[in-house]
Design a protein around this ligand. Structure first.
Ligand code: SF4
Length: 249
């Protein structure tokens, strides 16, 4: 990893970005060669992550390393996500690790606020995301030097500033890589078709974004891609904490 006490975090972002290619396959191959077994892919089971899994599986076999692939089972996923997980497990060589929330934290949340507290307020929703997603993510990323995420600027205002390569200060300063960051919806689907990757069943039913069942719904044609996530909240709040903009760059 390119660390140096004399360099600022911004210097390091520039350094990392300067070496990363622009194309999706190139970024993933570069990351696989540079970080090897200490590269991790966070899999939400949506189309962006499936594209990355396909290319990472290919790159890992070519380079001869074993990057980690993980998904977070929040306990509130729709049944279609488990079908999708099975398909990906069957199709690709890289094993998929699953991380769950701490049982005692979920039990306490239910005891104090019931099973649907996320509808009460943004704070309560973020509390649930914190227990079911953010805390398990921290465990999932332990030991990683870099993680691959499926963020795209076309997803909406909360992702407008994301860089292809940046430092993730919110997660200990590891590298955060977004190979698909500049792709439009059309380009993303064209790439998925060209690679012939498995597609989550809910994408075909009006769900551009895949998440927990009680917090995700289909959107109308022309609506922003993340309009179906926490639809009762302000669009500027539509993040779960996994992608806090504490990153540099
Ligand atoms: Fe909880 Fe909804 Fe966040 Fe899932 S998306 S962790 S159910 S608040």
């Amino acid at each position: 990893m390119a660390t140096s006490a004399a360099k600022t975090p911004s210097d390091l972002v520039v350094e990392g970005a300067a070496h990363a290619p622009d194309d999706v396959r190139g970024v993933i191959r570069w990351a696989t060669e540079r970080f090897g077994d200490r590269l991790a892919l966070a899999l939400s089971l949506g189309i962006e992550d499936t594209i990355m899994l396909h290319l990472l599986d290919e790159a890992a076999a070519a380079v001869g390393v074993r990057p980690r692939v993980f998904t977070l089972d929040t306990g509130r996923l729709p049944p279609e996500s488990y079908e999708m997980l099975e398909r990906l497990r069957d199709r690709y060589r890289l094993p998929i690790e699953v991380f769950f929330p701490r049982a005692e934290a979920v039990e306490q949340l239910y005891r104090l606020k019931g099973p649907l507290s996320f509808y009460n307020s943004v704070e309560d929703r973020k509390e649930c995301c914190g227990i079911r997603k953010v805390e398990p993510l921290g465990r999932a990323l332990a030991g990683a030097e870099a993680w691959l995420v499926g963020l795209r600027r076309a997803h909406g205002p909360t992702r407008a500033e994301v860089q292809r390569v940046e430092r993730d200060i919110g997660n200990g300063g590891l590298w955060k890589l977004s190979p698909l960051i500049a792709l439009s919806d059309e380009e993303t689907w064209a790439l998925a078709k060209a690679l012939d990757v498995p597609v989550h069943p809910l994408h075909g039913r009006g769900y551009p974004s895949i998440g927990c069942a009680p917090c995700t719904r289909a959107v109308a044609p022309g609506d922003p891609p993340r309009a179906g996530r926490w639809w009762w909240e302000d669009p500027d709040q539509k993040e779960c904490g996994l992608h806090r903009r504490g990153s540099t760059g």
